[in-house]
Design a protein around this ligand. Structure first.
Ligand code: HEM
Length: 390
């Protein structure tokens, strides 16, 4: 285990092209002690850490997002964790998500309508940010006027001003967190008074071990949805469109063969890994790859490194839209594997299909310097230019 400062901080902070760093880490120091966490970059170690939640927990000590109780289900360890997944999984099946696809298709086209005749857009601001947030509001049955407020709170807990990395101060995230709790408290009351066909009403009706969820449990689930389901899709859209703008051959493949979209999305998720790493806390003194880790230390399995490990992916640096098999870990692994993967895939599929149908050619505005945000790989702004369709 080495202490080569800077290395991982940059990788975890989300550089524009982190893949060479993943490779260097995996090959030189696969268990690496950075000032913030012990970073794991070998697929086998990452799989082990994600699976063994009794040794590597994602409880409240792993990340502080201003929450006052554990987020459900992420910060609940097995076996208790399973009782929540049993009620949540059925709400996010591919079948349930397919029912929402027509509305998401409309929404995506409404967004494109707003800029298509301009010949340019800020893809991040005008598409990648509002799309998942609007889908989320619809899914939970919340008023669309709350969009801007939601975006502010989400950033307040994920990217609090002046803070980065895992060692955020609770005071930095707590004010936005409290507003999120208050908002959902009111939304739950409103849904109890007037039940409807949405995820929040389903949570109110759900039974866990024969009893309804408490208010607090519903709040702790909604809070996590807000953190887990918005930024991640924004990050994926940003990363994908930067890649496709810079690789016209790959883009043409999507335009000419839309059938390959599902496997192209898996490959872009693998290569870009928009959530580059997750965080755990060691529950005991433990050794990984011959390196001692002390109880209470933070450990970060680097999903981006797992996704480019030649132990699983032949020719990992090749971006092949037909790669098969493609068992990437962009959605994590083990019991906490992403609950919203089918929702995310549907949003990404509709977005890529409709955008390329209407705007097949685009480039990043010449002279643009892309700035990637910390921890999760989105860009602060992504100006695209394209021919105005006739
Ligand atoms: C492309 C977009 C997405 C990516 C890359 C992604 C990635 C991830 C990853 C890596 C984890 C594991 C976290 C960990 O082990 O610490 C996770 C968990 C989770 N994700 Fe996603 N996610 C995405 C979209 C979504 C969406 C749209 C939702 C909406 C509900 C969602 C909800 C969740 C939840 C609730 C968990 C916690 C699951 C558990 O603890 O059992 N995600 N996601």
């Amino acid at each position: 285990m080495a202490d080569t400062e800077g290395y991982v901080d940059q990788a975890v902070a989300g550089l524009a092209e982190p893949q060479p760093m993943y490779k260097a880490l995996r090959e030189s120091t696969p268990v690496f002690r950075s000032p913030q966490a012990v970073v794991l970059s070998r697929l086998a170690d990452i799989e082990m850490a994600l699976k063994h939640t009794e040794l590597f927990s994602s409880n409240m000590d792993a990340v502080d997002l201003g929450n006052v109780r554990p987020l459900i289900p992420l910060q609940i360890d097995p076996p208790e964790h399973a009782k929540y997944r049993r009620i949540l999984d059925p709400l996010f099946t591919p079948r349930e998500m397919a029912k929402r696809e027509p509305r998401v298709t409309e929404l995506v086209n409404e967004m494109i309508d707003r800029f298509v005749d301009r010949g340019e857009c800020d893809f991040h601001e005008e598409f990648a940010v509002p799309l998942p947030c609007t889908v989320f509001l619809q899914l939970l049955g919340l008023p669309l006027e709350d969009l801007d407020q939601f975006l502010e709170w989400k950033d307040g807990v994920i990217r609090p001003e002046g803070e980065s990395g895992y060692d955020r101060r609770h005071e930095a995230t707590a004010p936005a967190a409290q507003q999120i709790y208050d908002y959902f408290e009111r939304a739950i009351e409103d849904h109890i008074a007037r039940p409807r066909d949405d995820v929040l009403s389903s949570l109110i009706d759900a039974k866990v071990e024969g009893r309804p969820l408490t208010h607090e449990e519903i709040l702790d689930i909604c809070f996590l949805f807000l953190i887990a389901g918005l930024d991640t899709v924004t990050d994926s859209l940003d990363c994908f469109f930067v890649y496709l703008a810079r690789h016209p051959d790959h883009r043409h493949q999507l335009v000419e063969q839309p059938d390959i979209l599902p496997s192209a999305i898996e490959e872009l998720l693998r290569w870009e890994t928009p959530v580059p790493g997750v965080v755990r806390v060691a529950m005991d003194d433990v050794e990984v790859g011959g390196c001692p880790i002390s109880k209470g230390e933070r450990v970060s399995p680097l999903l981006g490194a797992a996704n480019t490990d030649p132990a699983e992916f032949p020719d990992p640096e090749l971006v092949d839209f037909c790669r098969n098999p493609n068992r990437h870990r962009a959605f994590g692994g083990g019991p906490h594997r992403c609950l919203g993967s089918h929702l995310a895939r549907m949003e990404l599929r509709v977005a890529l299909r409709e955008f390329h149908r209407r705007i097949p050619d685009y480039e990043i505005k010449p002279g643009t310097q892309l700035t990637y945000t910390a921890a999760l790989r989105s860009v602060e702004s992504l100006p695209l230019t394209f021919p105005v369709p006739t």
